[in-house]
Design a protein around this ligand. Structure first.
Ligand code: BGP
Length: 500
């Protein structure tokens, strides 16, 4: 086995993190536009978007909206064969619930895709990447509301029809599974635009999360069906944030804790790929006494809308230790028979897998400045996990290393740490193809042009091969320049991965 001849070497971004022009061309505000910058350990805040004096980094981002032509020329020089971006829902439907689309927004993506295609770059499109219209959050409660299925499928149908001859690879919801553990108001990282009712308990929040996720999965399945009708050649995938959760030791309880944690985080992929809920999740709903709105029509839609491929991001791995040993007062990560009895078969008081408390530091790997554990072999492990479970083509649509870059006096930027990280991951990826027989469509490293960090709102957490002159406070010329990694990646693409 070797990499496909037409392997899609590319780069990935998301509209809200690079476009800017947040209120231009008829665009409405998205959840990303109402988030403050965060940075220096302060979390990003969701506001009403008009607090004066606050820094809203996504408003201008790196101004790709006005500079896309020069940028695409640089992407072509880099040698990209694919450019993964998202279509900002609010450029097409400023409020999200309109019937008629905004022509100016549609035209922008026509122009952008034409520019890419002219340069031999294939657009790969995410339909929802943390940028739900803010109006849908305030008026409808985001994906808590079944009506969102209608709004999202309408948006998807409009853009898939418009770009049916320009885009082949689509993804529905970016990192849909990242909401598995965000049980606080945290709209952007979930695509679900959730605002929990005041005073909602952990278990109520969890039920709301599952309900919203269900509506998103139904919406995604419907989009797969609609898309295949629009163009049978479309390849429509899901997008899963993959961080394998290793057992801390070979203690059987740790092994079981890892299995349960993987179920909590990755059941989304089961529904996307197999078209139905897995038994372990139905058992969990039952045990928790969740009363979810899942209709027979929904189940039929899920079964009809299975994805064509699995898109996933990979940055790091996690490790888990069974918590019963460490803190007797805490519900164990795994549900043992005695726990089961204790909660009387319904309504366990705690979320029994909590990413914030149950994960431990893996002593065998290093971490980035932001604590993201660096584990290239985990990528190969993940590819095997997906492929043996689903036997569907995979597409690595995000991977990368966030770091602070230093500009030398002559303007050059030496970033061997970034090259080291990517080299090791690409080598692991190629091993998964060559030795393990995994079918891989392509590889699009994240933030190949510096952009606004989704997690922190910072500019200084950079992933790019292309440097953008802008700092955390929003100052800078926005000029673009090539880092050392630019020339390295150029060589990787040219040799189809033979020279890394
Ligand atoms: C993923 C998101 C991206 C991107 C990336 C890096 O979770 O899909 O949007 O932001 O992570 O994260 P951060 O920007 O927080 O460093």
């Amino acid at each position: 086995m070797a990499l496909r001849k037409d392997f899609l070497w590319g780069g990935a971004v998301a509209a809200h993190q690079l476009e800017g022009g947040w209120d231009e061309g008829g665009k409405g505000p998205s959840v990303a536009d109402v988030m403050t910058a965060g940075a220096n350990g302060v979390e990003r805040q969701i506001t009403d978007g008009v607090i004066s004096g606050e820094n809203y980094p996504n408003h201008d981002a790196i101004d790709f909206y006005h500079r896309y032509k020069e940028d695409v020329a640089l992407f072509a020089e880099l040698g990209l064969k694919a450019f993964r971006t998202s279509i900002a829902w609010t450029r097409i439907f400023p409020n999200g619930d309109e019937v008629e689309p905004n022509e100016e927004g549609l035209q922008f993506y026509d122009d952008l895709f034409d520019e890419c295609l002219k340069n031999g770059i294939e657009p790969v499109i995410t339909l929802s990447h943390f940028e739900m219209p803010y109006h849908l959050v305030t008026e409808y409660g985001g994906f808590r509301n079944r009506k969102l299925i209608e709004f999202f499928t309408h948006f998807a149908e409009v853009v898939m029809t418009r770009y049916k001859d320009k885009v082949k690879y689509w993804m529905t919801f970016n990192e849909i599974n990242n909401q598995a553990n965000y049980l606080r108001d945290f709209a952007p990282f979930t695509n679900s635009g959730l605002k929990f009712p005041e005073g909602a308990t952990a278990i109520e929040r969890e039920q709301i999360m599952y309900q919203a996720a269900h509506y998103e999965l139904v919406a995604s399945a419907k989009v797969v069906e609609i898309g295949h009708k629009i163009n049978p050649d479309f390849q429509i995938g899901c997008m899963i944030a993959m961080c394998p959760i290793y057992p801390a030791t070979c203690k059987p309880e740790d092994m079981m804790a890892s299995t349960v944690a993987m179920q909590r985080r990755y059941w989304f992929a089961d529904v996307h790929v197999r078209g139905h809920y897995p038994a372990y999740l139905k058992a969990y709903f039952n045990r928790k006494g969740f009363d979810l709105d899942i209709t027979v029509e929904d189940e039929q839609a899920l079964a009809k809308g299975c994805v064509d491929y699995i898109g996933f991001s990979y940055y790091m791995s996690f490790a888990i230790q069974d918590q019963a040993d460490n803190d007797g007062s805490k519900v164990a990560s795994i549900m043992t028979h005695s726990d089961f009895k204790k909660v009387d078969h319904v309504g366990a008081p705690e979320f029994d897998y909590n990413e914030d408390t149950d994960l431990i530091k893996n002593e065998y790997v290093q971490a980035s400045e932001w604590g993201w554990q660096i584990d290239p072999l985990g990528l190969r492990w993940s590819m095997n996990w997906f492929y043996e479970r689903y036997e569907k083509p995979l597409f690595i649509v995000e991977n990368g290393f966030g770091a602070v870059d230093k500009i030398e006096a002559d303007g050059s930027i030496h970033d061997p740490y970034r090259v080291d990280y990517l080299k090791a991951h690409i080598a692991a990826m190629i091993d998964a193809v060559n030795y393990d027989g995994v079918d891989l469509i392509g590889y699009t490293p994240w933030g190949f042009i510096d952009l606004v960090s989704a997690g922190t709102g910072e500019m200084k957490k950079r992933y790019g091969f292309i440097y953008v002159d802008k700092d955390n406070e929003g100052n800078g010329t926005l000029n673009r320049s090539r880092k050392d990694s630019f020339f390295w990646y150029q060589g990787v693409i040219k040799s189809n991965g033979e020279e890394i």
